[in-house]
Ligand binder design. Structure first.
Ligand code: NAD
Ligand code: ZN
Length: 242
């Protein structure tokens, strides 16, 4: 049996398949990942920009980076991996998508049970009054100010060193514990606590599958590994199932 048939068989047999996704699946529509080539912006590393310290030191600089990322995100639609994951959910094979991505593309693609662990770049939050707002496009002024209180707005995302939203984390843990098939797609497995979910699934007896062109720390606990772009693998799987 070829590897693709093994995955197709596992999806047919699974009662609760969950996917954990990362920046790699959005790389397919031209949104850069943090790690690997193309992750830099004006010679800054994301780890130097996506922190509360960087924001309070220079809100304008951090906001210029986010405004640039918002331009990208708002101009791109879902890619093949987002689309086929949504179709697999609609067909009953996938029960939940846990994502580290902040681009909102799983929801746009039609996935319903989506846990956004790291928030959304399409939303802002006031650092003074806590007011949240969905954006229709990139921010116009940098740094943007709250319409209610004039406070400084920040992107409603989780920065390095910050805690994850409690309800998102508990939903992610619940889905992971329920899973018997756990797909890890397009993530470097470097950002915690998200990176701990595959091992938790494995401990609970789930079959862990990695889809990533490169080796990661997840590889050694995966029982199936696909060294190929996510969109390609998910399309082949979906076509085989339907
Ligand atoms: P990462 O940048 O650390 O790793 C990306 C991974 O994707 C790499 O392992 C790479 O080999 C793999 N990859 C590249 N192309 C792929 C493809 N076509 N198919 C499958 N895999 C592919 O990303 P991460 O693990 O998600 O962690 C980075 C953090 O940065 C997250 O917290 C996330 O919130 C944030 N981030 C989000 C976005 C987004 O929302 N689109 C983009 C960049 C970073
Ligand atoms: Zn406010």
């Amino acid at each position: 049996m070829g590897p693709l048939n093994r995955l197709v068989g596992a999806l047919r047999e699974a009662s609760h398949c969950v996917a954990l996704t990362g920046a790699g699946i959005s790389a397919e529509v031209g949104i850069p990942t943090f790690r690997g080539s193309g992750g830099l912006w004006e010679r800054h590393r994301p780890e130097e920009l996506a922190t509360p310290e960087a924001f309070w030191r220079d809100p304008e600089k951090v906001w210029r980076w986010y405004a640039w990322r918002q331009e990208l995100v708002f101009s791109r639609g879902p890619g093949p991996a987002h689309t086929y994951l949504a179709r697999l959910e609609e067909a009953g094979y996938v029960k939940a998508v846990i994502t580290q991505n902040v681009d909102g593309l799983h929801i746009l693609a039609g996935s319903r049970n989506v846990v956004e662990l790291h928030g959304s770049i399409r939303r802002v939050r006031c650092t003074r009054c806590g007011h949240r707002e969905e954006l229709a496009g990139p921010v116009r002024e940098v740094p943007p100010r709250c319409a209610r209180c004039g406070g400084l707005l920040r992107p409603d995302v989780v920065w390095f060193g910050e805690e994850l939203p409690r309800d998102a984390l508990s939903r992610a843990l619940e889905e992971t514990e329920k899973s018997d098939l756990f797909l890890v797609i397009g993530t470097s497995g470097a950002v915690y606590p998200a990176a701990a979910l595959p091992a938790l699934a494995a401990r609970r007896g789930a079959v862990v599958v990695e889809i990533n062109p490169e080796e990661t720390p997840i590889t050694r606990i995966a029982s199936m590994v696909f060294r190929a772009p996510a969109g390609e693998v998910l399309r082949a799987v979906y076509e085989e199932l339907s």
